[in-house]
Design a protein around this ligand. Structure first.
Ligand SMILES: [Zn+2]
Length: 142
């Protein structure tokens, strides 16, 4: 049995988690002032209005900061070490903290471009977002 910890999905957050199943990174956009926001909340942090609509964004961004884990704190992560956890500055503005997959943490840099990829968790009916470095064509360092 896996010791993996899954997010608590609520009626409020379900569209975010289900968006990953469609390959979409989704944020709430305030219907009063247009602010695109994350983390998920019941009111807009800019204008305090409660109205919002879910919106799929590009799913791209850059690494704002990251740290590397060289030890697994749970058995389900033992095959992943070393791995990086990064604050991703999305192209549209909101920031998320996710792990970086398909990457050697020792080769990551601040400002590296990334794209979001989604790992389906069938039993939970959701998908977990991860960041993956975007390889620039023709760049011999990537
Ligand atoms: Zn607003």
């Amino acid at each position: 049995m896996s010791d993996r910890i899954l997010p608590t999905v609520t009626d409020l957050s379900r569209p975010f988690w289900e968006g990953g199943l469609a390959g979409e990174l989704r944020f709430q956009r305030c219907t009063a002032c247009g602010h695109l926001r994350y983390p998920i909340d019941t009111i807009c942090p800019r204008c305090l209005d409660a109205g919002y609509a879910w919106e799929a964004v590009s799913g791209t961004g850059t690494i704002l900061a990251f740290g590397t884990f060289r030890r697994a704190y749970r058995a389900s992560w033992e095959d992943r070490v070393p791995y990086a956890v990064a604050i991703i500055q999305t192209t549209e503005g909101p920031r998320l903290i996710v792990d970086v997959v398909e990457a050697d943490p020792d080769e990551l840099h601040v400002d590296d471009p990334v794209e979001f990829v989604f790992e389906p968790v069938t039993e939970a009916g959701i998908a977990i977002p991860h960041a993956r470095p975007v390889r620039v064509q023709g760049d011999p360092t990537t």
